[in-house]
Design a protein around this ligand. Structure first.
Ligand code: PLP
Length: 333
């Protein structure tokens, strides 16, 4: 475990080693390095590029009133949007499922993201972009999509966001009471602004003193985390959930692809906390941080608490995949 250890006075024969809570990592998986340049970024709001402090949307916006919106995030790599095809496929699937009229061909949105990035002269690999689409302004507060008028609200925020977490600092997880929902309640595959189940999970994990929440599916099998996807490694096999109750992360898909390409056995299957606690390794995935190793789940150290060889290999392979997808030559910007 990557934490300092304090000795508790011994009453029995053995000395109990307890990590000092205040020295443990407790930063969310999306914590980033503060960057002053973000104060001056231009934000895209419905086709206009406006200074950050002037960027506003209406109090009658569907996303504010009823969480009726969806989003994608992108990472800039060598001046290009990484895995843009996969992100756009997910965006289109969300637009279809939520019955949105985007008012433009989805491909035009890619051009709008590039427009935002270029207006901000962003070329470095620490740029994170969020593209958000809501059902637009409503005549009056109401959940009914028919009360939305004037087309969708589209906002693009591009910021300098280098992950604050050091690669060798493991993520600590806590299994929360909030479950991933069934698809007939609110399909967990939707990349929607309605994220209260994840937010409540995040609060519970934070109050438990860890970095991120681990969430179970309705049957009690391990599903995913509140803002990242989850994998374990057992005897050199990589396991992740079936994908039926989690956001089908682009990074998750890429890690599965990398396993298959490199003869690492990978399974999307049901497994329980029983198998998590005794896993050799565990890691999370997401666009923001790539793959990050997990050192602890519910107070149980995973493996020896350090990054394991399979996770390390996948992190290296993922970095190479990013370069393959967005080669340094032929920079778009
Ligand atoms: C709930 C949840 N799970 C997983 C992910 C990771 O997905 P991706 O790899 O596409 O960033 C996200 C990211 O938005 C998320 O919100």
């Amino acid at each position: 475990m990557q934490t300092s250890i304090s000795k508790v006075p011994d009453t029995a024969a053995a000395i109990i080693m307890i990590p000092k809570k205040e020295t443990m990592s407790m930063i969310g998986t999306h914590e980033f390095v503060h960057d002053e340049r973000n104060q001056d970024v231009l934000i895209y709001v419905n086709g206009e590029l406006v200074p950050r402090h002037e960027a506003k949307i209406s109090v009658f916006d569907s996303a504010f009133l009823v969480g009726d919106g969806f989003w994608e995030s992108f990472r800039l790599h060598n001046g290009k949007l990484a895995f843009v095809k996969e992100h756009m496929a997910r965006l289109k699937a969300n637009a279809k499922a939520l019955d949105y009229d985007l008012g433009m061909v989805p491909e035009k949105l890619v051009a709008e993201v590039y427009k935002t990035v270029r207006a901000n002269n962003m070329t470095t690999n620490d740029v994170h972009i969020r593209l958000m689409i809501s059902r637009g302004i409503k005549r009056s507060p109401s959940q009914d999509p028919r009360t939305s008028i004037g087309g969708p609200t589209i906002v693009i925020i591009a910021e300098y966001k280098a992950p604050a977490r050091q690669a060798e600092t493991g993520i600590r997880l806590f299994t929360v009471h909030v479950r991933r929902g069934r698809p007939d309640v609110q399909d967990p595959k939707l990349h929607t602004h309605s994220k209260l189940n994840c937010v409540i999970s995040c609060i519970q994990a934070t109050k438990a003193g860890v970095d991120e929440a681990l969430m179970l599916d309705p049957q009690g099998f391990v599903s995913t985390c509140n803002s990242t996807n989850f994998f374990i490694v057992r005897e050199n096999e990589v396991w992740t959930s079936t994908g039926q109750y989690c956001l089908n992360g682009i990074t998750r898909g890429n890690i599965i692809k990398l396993c298959k390409r490199n003869n690492i056995k990978v399974f999307e299957k049901d497994f329980s906390l029983f198998e998590v606690y005794s896993a050799d390794e565990a890691f999370t995935t997401g666009t923001f941080g790539g793959a990050n190793y997990v050192s602890e789940v519910d107070g149980r150290m995973i493996g020896d608490g350090r990054m394991g060889p399979v996770t390390r290999r996948l992190i290296t392979l993922y970095a190479a995949l990013l370069d393959e997808e967005c080669p340094p030559e032929g920079v778009v910007i």
